[in-house]
Design a protein around this ligand. Structure first.
Ligand SMILES: *Cc1c(COP(=O)(O)O)cnc(C)c1O
Length: 388
């Protein structure tokens, strides 16, 4: 199945809706039945039928089919956020007394879910540096049920060898879940490497327009039926039909956006790597990345995230740089049509030292490259770097 077929047509049965080219937004919360027997059938198979929109909705279903096909998955469930998709995927596997191994630097709310929230329900978690498979192996316990991966992560882009971790887990009957938000389904296919579940913050590249918060969970039908019967229906953190409809529109241009963003990002990366006021550029594609060989093997291409470490000893200079940017909007999140800058120092109170300890480094500024011309973005960075 070619990519443009998935993005333009898959899951869209236009004969059912008057040949309408744009799919209908089925805003209904409930679906009625002609007789009791039909309603009973729906109750018996809520996963496959239409009864109530917390379970299934025709507009959301079109999106599920497309995202599943993009990931090479049998099925996909959509959620009201990436965090909800991760929570559902994780909770499906765990009871009190179980143990989880997670990469050391996951998305902050993945860490909070595992450590703070599930910790209250008797689940133990170990965070390990994911760059060596042996570190995962060393952390396994009798009750380890799940390994949580994020490759690459979205700030400093550490990666895991997904095939090797999947093989380790499969041999012991441990499930694996991988956050694939950075790479998008176009640039990395964790399921094909043996991972059980893939999570996306669809808020990022899949939607791509900074107007929807959404999540996706992809995997086998058997596994997703477990998720559906468990946290999907019980927690009810679903994607609304309207947001699904917007996401369908965002998804139409996924391929062209990613291609364009990858090209621009290469140019911006080369510019920043050569700049004397940038101490280091973090990116899976950066020439100084110690995991460059893994990037080349595991990723098919680049996305638009880069994190720069500014060559300065003071937070005030980082602030001057960020405040001077005009084409990069300063905010959280990433993956939209517009370029963004996220200064790590904004998370900390004023007066925090540049290196407060541990891995934290307030000289880091993450850039999300959008659809602007590379020359425009480079000119903006040039004038802001001059203020350092
Ligand atoms: C944003 C993000 C999430 C959470 O997604 P939301 O849609 O904001 O809930 C999860 N993982 C990564 C890597 C993210 O960047």
């Amino acid at each position: 199945m070619d990519l443009s077929y998935i993005l333009n047509h898959l899951g869209e049965d236009r004969a059912q809706y008057f040949g309408a080219v744009a799919p209908p937004l089925v805003q209904s919360s409930i679906f009625a039945f002609p007789n009791v027997a039909a309603m009973r059938d729906a109750f018996a198979d809520e996963y496959g039928r239409h009864l109530y929109t917390r379970g299934n909705n025709p507009t959301v279903e079109i999106l599920r089919r497309k995202v599943a096909a993009l990931e090479g998955a049998e099925d996909c469930l959509m959620f009201g956020s990436g965090a909800a998709a991760m929570a559902a995927g994780v909770m499906t596997h765990l009871v009190a007394g179980d143990h989880v191994v997670c990469v050391a630097k996951p998305y902050s709310w993945t860490r909070a879910l595992l450590r703070d929230l599930l910790g209250r329900y008797g689940v133990a978690v170990s965070f390990v540096d994911g760059c060596e498979v042996a570190y995962f192996e060393a952390a396994l316990r009798e009750r380890t049920r799940l390994i949580v991966l994020e490759s690459p992560n979205s700030l400093t882009f550490e990666q895991q060898d997904l095939a090797a971790v999947a093989a380790l887990a499969q041999a012991r009957g441990i499930r694996t879940i991988c956050d694939n938000s950075y790479a998008t389904p176009l640039n990395q296919s964790p399921l094909a490497l043996g991972i059980d579940l893939v999570v996306h913050s669809a808020t990022k590249y899949l939607n791509g327009h900074s107007d929807v918060v959404a999540g996706a969970l992809c995997g086998s039908s058997a596994l997703l039926r477990e998720v559906f019967r468990g946290p999907y229906m019980a927690l009810g953190a679903i994607l609304s039909p309207h947001d699904a409809w917007l996401l369908l529109r965002g998804l139409r241009t996924l391929q062209v956006r990613i291609e364009r963003i990858a090209r621009t990002t290469r140019e911006v990366l080369a510019y920043l790597e050569a700049h004397p006021r940038v101490r280091q550029v973090h990116s899976p594609q950066a020439s100084a990345n110690p995991q460059l060989a893994l990037s080349q093997r595991q990723l098919r291409g680049a996305s638009g995230l880069l994190t720069i470490e500014l060559a300065t000893g003071e937070v005030a200079a980082v602030e001057r740089f960020c405040d001077a940017l005009t084409r990069f909007l300063m905010t959280v999140s990433w993956g939209g049509y517009e370029s963004l800058a996220f200064p790590v120092c904004a998370v900390f109170p004023p007066g925090t030292p540049l290196r407060p300890g541990g891995d934290t480094n307030l000289a880091l500024v993450r850039l999300s490259i959008g659809l602007e011309d590379a020359a425009v973005l480079i000119a903006d960075l040039e004038q802001a770097l001059a203020r350092l």
